[in-house]
Design a protein around this ligand. Structure first.
Ligand code: GLA
Length: 373
């Protein structure tokens, strides 16, 4: 294994173990996690593999095969830079909680496609959380590890994300989507066998990330929190009468609320269809989700809209942006015999606009985080 060779080369010894955590795509339930709502992501076959050994002196030495020459040796965790802040943030959270976590030698190797918005950051966090849980015998459950990853990202990296990405990475099962109630943190694996229905879920990686958008995520969160406050509710999850709620709100708060409440309903509807074995029927809900994210939540962008529209034009049964938005990936539900046409239509639409070609990847539900060695 490449990461083991690199570990040996870096630290002159065998690693105590090797762990893997995947990235994710979200089938549906977007921008609902931090509103105590529902999400339905699944793990992808790409992620982060970490070779790790414990150290007695408390020092963290960390290297990534994707950042050659940027090794970091830290006795003060706060000095971690760039990509290393995600895994090192996990050490920080564990220690803040008073858990007996010493030092570690870490080498990481990732293969999440760049710019795809498939949560390589959650994979960085969860792989190291799982490794330290094993090496330091912390006895933490999977969901707890996910929450530690989220806290690292919130408080150490400074990105106010919800729990979806880390939970998907830590808890997904092969061949299944993960239904997660982000309030109770109860979860359930829902069989998601596209091949049995002659279908594929195609990831369309726009390869763009609009930097301008970086503050927008936090702004959406604030819109939702103030809308809930106006309604006298703990969160938008608690809206029971949408028409009444909308009548009492205006502007952005109204639009964000409409998205979150209807998106929660769409997650439940998709689960109903999956349980009934009617996978091919979820397309209309994917389309509705995209329109809501585009028009009410305002987190899409031209590249995502064109990917979705041209995928549908090419014969997809449904399509939507996936993840936080402003770039990253869209997903399209496509019958096997239409895949080539959908790809050609999307690629053609990009070419017509003079945009760099998008990347197409089949999304097959992969297993969640695990120890490999
Ligand atoms: C990002 C965040 C998640 C979630 C999605 C939107 O991926 O990390 O917590 O909020 O955006 O659904």
């Amino acid at each position: 294994m490449r990461v083991v060779d690199a570990f040996r080369e870096a630290y002159g010894a065998e690693p105590a173990g090797v762990w893997h955590a995947p990235g994710r795509v979200n089938l549906i339930g977007e921008h609902t996690d931090y509103n105590d709502g529902f999400v339905l992501p699944f793990a992808v076959p790409w992620g982060v593999t970490a070779a790790v050994s414990p150290r007695e002196d408390g020092v963290i030495r960390i290297r990534s095969l994707q950042a050659p020459g940027k090794d970091q040796v830290l006795d003060d965790l706060d000095r971690a830079e760039g990509w290393a802040r995600y895994p090192v943030g996990v050490v920080w959270v564990l220690r803040e909680r008073g858990l007996p976590v010493g030092g570690a030698d870490i080498v990481m190797d990732g293969d999440v496609p760049a710019g795809a918005g498939l949560s390589s950051s959650a994979a960085l966090e969860v792989s190291v959380a799982l490794a330290l849980n094993d090496l330091y015998d912390l006895g933490l459950e999977r969901m707890e590890l996910a929450r530690i990853g989220q806290k690292a990202e919130n408080d150490f990296v400074g990105m106010p994300c919800g729990i979806m990405d880390q939970a998907a990475s830590a808890l997904s099962e092969e061949g299944h989507a993960l239904f997660l109630d982000c309030r109770s943190l109860g979860s359930r694996s829902i069989p998601f066998d596209l091949a049995a229905h002659g279908l594929q879920l195609l990831i369309i990686n726009t390869r763009v990330h609009h930097e301008l958008a970086d503050g927008q995520y936090a702004r959406r969160r604030r819109d939702c929190e103030s809308a809930a406050k106006h309604l006298g509710l703990a969160s938008l999850r608690d809206v029971t009468d949408l028409a009444d709620a909308l009548a009492r709100l205006s502007g952005d708060e109204r639009a964000r609320t409409q998205h979150v409440v209807t998106e929660n309903h769409r997650v439940e509807a998709v689960i109903g269809l999956l349980r009934a074995g009617a996978v091919q029927e979820i397309g209309a809900l994917l389309n509705a989700s995209h329109l809501s994210l585009r028009d009410q939540y305002e987190v899409s962008c031209d590249e995502l809209d064109v990917a979705v529209e041209s995928a549908i034009k090419g014969g997809a049964r449904g399509a939507r942006m996936t993840g936080g938005g402003f770039g990253g990936s869209a997903i399209a539900l496509v019958a096997d015999d239409r895949v080539d046409r959908v790809r050609a239509t999307v690629a053609g639409a990009y070419e017509e606009r003079g945009w760099a070609a998008p990347e197409f990847l089949p999304a097959v539900p992969a297993p969640g985080a695990r120890r490999l060695v």
